[in-house]
Write a protein that binds this ligand. Structure first.
Ligand code: ADP
Ligand code: DAR
Length: 344
């Protein structure tokens, strides 16, 4: 294990570079959690990928307390969330304030809302053992295969999935991509593709990724801009799954996730939306996004570029806000973006 302070490039912009001082490194470098997870493992993704935005991953819930001198300032910087703050959950779709709008249907291509979840009393993906990962796959796929009505569907293990099926699922935006270098360096791709897979219902409007960045990514999605319908289906699915699986949750940090950016609600509510004129004026685009706590991504997921003037717009805040607020942030931001696009 490396005991020397990492050699970051001078233009490194990650929160890891910003907050890993020599003092913090010396304080934490010999510590490890009860699962044997070390500082070296926690920072490896940001060391190997100096273009990271964040650069750290937790190996278990304990990482957030044992490595707090590094994680706390990163959490405060990204979420504006203090050590003494308490996260409050509210997953009631009836409280979402929306109005029927033809413009939403005209500009929004598709809507997707996902939450990350990890099973309580188990390490996270970066520190999980091969057997524990298989146990997660078995437990979760069994719970999903017992779902009925609109949520009933089938589990597809990645192991044995044909290249054609995999490519089709990625093309449909249904499947996580293989070989993300950030996840690789975080130890999240170990034993790939064993223990990984995708469940989807017959309508392909409800999906669960098993053992990607988090142990579950529970996803509701459909074409068009009916954000409330997507949110309502997600709430129903999470409530059903929670009847048989207990998720890692803390009063302070909410739902525990591998990456600190997903703590709290672990929710990303996104639309793929046509905004070609704003796309030609990124400074204006980004100022509206920042005012509405939005993140702009490309249409093939994180670290991708937009295509044909279509952008992935989602809530940036996940911790210290409720699930209703995450979706409200995205909805209100999309209304503002459409108004601006129409005025250009
Ligand atoms: P995550 O949302 O799980 O953090 P990504 O941003 O990488 O991860 O998105 C995962 C996949 O979901 C990508 O293929 C992306 O294109 C797709 N996706 C995200 N939002 C939407 C959306 N609103 N409509 C259709 N596909 C989407
Ligand atoms: N690539 C990492 C992840 C940042 C947030 N996105 C997640 N967790 N998928 C980075 O530090 O840029």
């Amino acid at each position: 294990m490396s005991h020397t302070f990492p050699n970051f490039p001078t233009d490194c912009k990650s929160l890891l570079c910003k907050y890993l001082s020599i003092e913090v490194f010396e304080e934490l470098k010999d510590k490890q959690t009860s699962n044997g997870y070390t500082l070296h493992q926690a920072i490896n993704s940001g060391v190997k990928n100096p273009d990271s935005g964040i650069g750290v991953y937790a190996g278990d819930e304990e990482s957030y307390t044992l490595f707090a001198p590094l994680f706390d300032p990163i959490i405060k910087d990204y979420h504006g969330f203090e050590k003494s703050d308490i996260h409050k959950s509210n997953f009631n779709p009836d409280e979402l304030k929306t109005v029927d709008s033809e413009q939403m249907q005209e500009y929004v291509v598709s809507t997707r809302i996902r939450v990350g979840r990890n099973i309580s009393d188990l390490p996270l993906g970066s520190a999980i053992t091969q057997q524990q990962r298989l146990d997660v796959e078995h437990k979760v796929s069994q719970a999903l295969n017992n779902l009925n009505g609109e949520l009933s569907g089938r589990y597809y293990p990645l192991q044995g999935l044909s290249d054609n099926d995999r490519d089709q699922l990625i093309k449909d935006h249904f499947l996580f991509k293989q070989g993300d270098r950030f996840l690789e360096a975080a130890g999240l791709n170990r034993n790939w593709p064993e223990g990984r897979g995708i469940f989807h219902n017959d309508d392909k409007t409800f999906l669960v990724w098993i053992n990607e960045e988090d142990q579950l990514r529970i996803i509701s999605m459909q074409m068009g801009g009916d954000i409330k319908a997507v949110f309502t289906r997600l709430h129903k699915a999470v409530s059903e799954i929670e009847k048989s699986i207990s998720f890692a949750y803390s009063k302070h940090l909410g739902y525990i996730s591998s990456c600190p950016t997903n703590l709290g609600t672990a929710m990303r509510a996104s639309v793929h939306i046509k905004l070609p004129k704003l796309g030609d004026n990124m400074e204006l685009f980004e100022s509206i996004a920042s005012k509405h706590h939005l993140q702009i991504r490309g249409t093939s997921g994180e670290h991708s570029q937009s295509k044909g003037g279509i952008y992935d717009i989602s809530n940036a805040r996940r911790l210290g806000v409720s699930e209703v607020q995450c979706v409200q942030d995205m909805y209100d931001g999309v209304v503002a973006l459409i108004a601006k696009e129409r005025s250009l």
